[in-house]
Ligand binder design. Structure first.
Ligand code: K1U
Ligand code: ZN
Length: 173
């Protein structure tokens, strides 16, 4: 397993990759599981609660997630070729963060509940319903697969402010 570099919006080359549309995965094999293992280690190291493959420079339809709180048993989740099959009309605002937009948090409105299908670590089909933080996080990560960042949901002013803040923080570091 290896910790990969997370692409960030303050770097023009990274941003070009983050804006790509990820590709469907043909087969869940050992090479894909090795990537998912690296992604999970990278996410835990960051730390974060979710990560899309494109954030480590692999624009394919793969997401890892772990919503366990500090002190709880780790609960890694893997989503290959996730597809939202239903979403609630009801929306909820949540203050989101993103490892590709470090140190910036802002409110985004998303569906309160979604139903999705995906393949798991073993390549089996899983159908499930998500609510709470799971619903917020899976919608945020699935946006990454479409080249959409959470700051793209904000006004132009707030988005520019976010990128300026990330650039300033990078220069200061
Ligand atoms: O970059 C990412 O996609 C990961 C992102 C996921 C996310 C967070 C909040 C709302 C929606 C999606 C993060 O993990 S940001 C870091 C974070 O939220 C966190 C870090 C440490 C402990 C708890 C949370
Ligand atoms: Zn993100």
């Amino acid at each position: 397993m290896a910790i990969r570099r997370i692409l960030t919006v303050d770097n023009a080359a990274d941003l070009a990759v983050l804006k790509q549309i990820s590709k469907h995965v043909a087969v869940v094999d050992d090479a894909l599981r090795a990537l998912m293992d690296d992604m999970l280690e990278t996410m835990y190291d960051a730390p974060g609660i979710g990560l899309a493959a494109v954030q480590v420079g692999e624009p394919i339809d793969v997401i890892v997630m772990d919503l366990a709180r500090e002190g709880e048993e780790p609960t890694p989740r893997f989503f290959v070729n996730p597809k939202i099959t239903w979403e609630s009309d009801e929306l909820v605002a949540y203050e989101e963060g993103c490892l590709s937009v470090p140190e910036y948090y802002d409110d985004v409105e998303r569906a309160t509940k979604v139903k999705l299908t995906s393949l798991n670590y073993r390549g089996e089909v899983v159908e499930e319903e998500a609510d709470g933080l799971f619903a917020v996080c899976i919608q945020h990560e699935m946006d990454h697969l479409k080249g959409v960042l959470f700051i793209d949901h904000l006004s132009r002013l707030r988005r520019d402010r976010a990128i300026t803040k990330v650039k300033k923080a990078r220069r200061a570091a």
